[in-house]
Design a protein around this ligand. Structure first.
Ligand SMILES: *[C@@H]1O[C@H](CO)[C@@H](O)[C@H](O)[C@H]1NC(C)=O
Ligand SMILES: *[C@@H]1O[C@H](CO)[C@@H](O)[C@H](O)[C@H]1NC(C)=O
Ligand SMILES: *[C@@H]1O[C@H](CO)[C@@H](O)[C@H](O)[C@H]1NC(C)=O
Length: 296
């Protein structure tokens, strides 16, 4: 019953939040305390991905792991330098396979996001079969995603069959949010009959307008950004980048609001609140997201 109750709360709270930005009602809506609280376990799952792969495999990474007791790790990898840490496991509480991707420290993500590094290109057609060639993404993010893609696909496939689950939740912060979003596009192309949910924190822009439209049509996606974090306004829209829908913005007051549409320019949402990099703050990048600061 515990699993079912967890699943029900997850469905009602998170899936309602996920669905609302996609609905026709176009207003900026504050999240309820229950809706905010429903994200918290997933914020800890995203933060845990900063911990060394070996500690993730025994789910003994301290506070981030302790926040989700009972989690069953299945595979992990990366080395925290040239390959970001990642893990795959099964959460009986949410009856979901969880995929977590590590981010980078603020200086590294800023380096990836400079104009000269923000090259848009096609996705690898063997990893992403059938996608229109008009879909373009940041080549640095695509390269990072490609380093672990097939390992994660194998681990997720094993986890689904071992635990008889049909739900996968993919999380990450910063660069990890970009890789998580690419996994949110990639994994469903190879696994049928599975419900995927993707949650990104402090997400930079990942691709062009066609990519954002593809995500809106195919990926149940929420991206949560904090106060004046500069990362979510990079790379700039003038370089051809667009965010998908599903933004949740944490305002200076701590209120969480759901922002309809792509790159909503309202001052209540990140694009309006941080009109240029000089008004942004890298100090807000790691959170706190309802009390969770990203990192191990
Ligand atoms: C991290 O892993 C990659 C790929 O296996 C390897 O090339 C690199 O040298 C490793 N870096 C460290 C610091 O271990
Ligand atoms: C996905 O979830 C929805 C509701 O949460 C459910 O109706 C549907 O059957 C699920 N699909 C799969 C393939 O499990
Ligand atoms: C931003 O939100 C407002 C609601 O305040 C909505 O009317 C508008 O269409 C949204 N903008 C975009 C670009 O979706």
């Amino acid at each position: 019953m515990r699993g079912f109750t967890g699943f029900a709360i997850f469905s009602i709270a998170v899936v309602t939040v996920l669905a609302s930005p996609l609905q026709s009602r176009q207003s900026i809506t504050p999240l309820s305390a229950a809706q905010i609280a429903a994200f918290k376990p997933f914020s800890f799952f995203a933060s845990a991905a900063y911990c060394p792969a070996a500690s993730l495999l025994s789910w003994s990474c301290g506070a981030n792991c302790n926040a989700n007791p009972g989690f069953i790790p299945i595979a992990s990898g990366g080395n925290g330098s040239s390959v970001q840490f990642w893990y795959v496991g099964f959460s009986p509480t949410w009856n979901s396979v969880i995929v977590g991707h590590q981010g980078t420290d603020p200086s590294k993500i800023e380096a990836l996001l400079t104009d000269s590094n923000a090259i848009l290109g096609k996705l690898d057609s063997s990893l992403f079969p059938g996608l229109s060639s008009s879909v373009k993404v940041h080549q640095g993010f695509a390269n990072e995603h490609a380093k672990t893609a097939t390992l994660i696909l194998t681990a997720v496939s094993n986890a689904l069959s071992t635990h008889g689950s049909s739900r996968v939740t993919i999380v990450g912060h910063s660069l990890g949010a970009a890789i998580a979003l690419l996994d949110g596009v990639y994994l469903p192309l190879h696994l049928a009959g599975v419900n995927f949910t993707t949650i990104g924190y402090g997400l930079p822009r990942v691709g062009n307008q066609a990519f954002a439209d593809y995500v809106d049509a195919h990926v149940a996606f929420t991206h949560i950004n904090n106060r004046k974090d500069v990362v979510p306004i990079l790379p700039g829209r003038f370089l051809g980048y667009h965010h998908p829908s599903g933004e949740v913005h944490i305002q200076e007051s701590g209120t969480w609001v759901s922002c309809p549409g792509q790159d909503n320019t309202s001052g209540q949402c990140i694009v309006g609140h941080v009109p240029n990099i000089f008004e942004g703050s890298i100090g807000d990048h790691d959170g706190p997201y309802d009390g969770v600061s990203m990192g191990c």
